[in-house]
Design a binder for this molecule. Structure first.
Ligand SMILES: [Ca+2]
Ligand SMILES: [Ca+2]
Length: 286
């Protein structure tokens, strides 16, 4: 087992979290842990906005005041402010979401308007796509409400099933008319429903290693590791439960180096997207 490789992979994985790619589900963003800068609150890491009409109203964070509760979960929510003379054309994008072809990704969020007493109404569409530019060119929303007049939070839901694996965003498009007031959203949640076909890969394959007993190298004999949506991680534990090494597996032909493991029994697990998808015992005997 290449321990150096294992540590390197762990480091890479920790770094990717800094860019806030969403690959754990359910994902929840309540906007409550964002930081102030220049008197305005920054969006959570990985979230972006585009002020398409380049005016003074755009998606940003709003905080409860002593007299007004904007948020569903205090103290913050995301919101669109208003322009008295120009219609909104403004996007709020989630961080990149790692999606697997055929799985269903369910988006839910809570939305309301804040009124000035003049009976305002807001317009919101939600789209899904691989890039923010691609989303902006889409014409078929997965959520559409052009008469948002509720002053208490309602839940909006949408679902998206990609036909190819990759990274995607959800994009919230506010296109309210001029001289409305505030559109607020809070508690965005993304859930992943595993497609039955993907689950079958896990159930139909049994993890086996050969040779077993082994001395220096072993190979995986899982029937079809290339069909796994993500490159699974093979982890080797000693009988005390200590992780002795790990390696990402891209192919059955990848040799797994066990030359540094002392003689004895080990538990080998195959992990894919935090799910254990196979387990077997390995005997090192030289
Ligand atoms: Ca704007
Ligand atoms: Ca909140």
């Amino acid at each position: 087992m290449d321990m150096i490789n294992g540590i390197f992979l762990l480091t890479l994985s920790a770094c990717s979290n800094l860019f806030a790619q969403i690959d754990q589900f359910p994902y929840i963003e309540n906007f409550d842990e964002v930081e102030f800068y220049s008197g305005r609150q920054q969006l959570p890491t990985g979230w972006t906005f585009e002020n398409e009409n380049n005016d003074l109203a755009f998606w940003e964070i709003i905080t409860d005041e002593s007299t007004v509760e904007y948020a569903r979960t205090p103290p913050n929510a995301a919101h669109m402010s208003y322009n008295p003379v120009e219609n909104a054309d403004d996007w709020l994008f989630t961080p990149q979401i790692e999606m697997i072809a055929g799985n269903e990704y369910d988006l839910s969020f809570w939305f309301k308007k804040v009124d000035t007493g003049f009976g305002t109404s807001e317009k919101l569409n939600v789209f899904a796509g691989e890039t923010t530019q691609q989303i902006k060119n889409k014409t078929t929303p997965i959520f559409k409400n052009n008469t948002i007049s509720n002053e208490q939070f309602d839940q909006g839901t949408a679902s998206f099933t990609p036909t190819k694996s990759g990274t995607y965003h959800f994009g919230f498009h506010c296109y309210s008319e001029a001289f409305q007031f505030l559109l607020v959203i809070d508690d965005v949640k993304i859930e992943e429903k595993i497609h039955a076909g993907v689950r079958n890969i896990y159930e139909e394959n049994e993890l086996k290693l050969f040779p077993n007993p082994a001395s220096n190298q072993v190979y995986l004999t899982l029937a079809d590791v290339e069909s796994f949506p993500r490159n699974p991680m093979l982890q080797i534990y000693n009988v005390s439960g200590r992780l002795m090494g790990q390696q990402q597996i891209q192919s059955n032909a990848d040799p797994i180096d066990v030359s540094e493991l002392p003689n004895g029994w080990y538990i080998v697990q195959l992990i894919d997207n935090n799910r254990r998808v196979g387990q077997c015992r390995l005997l090192i005997n030289r």
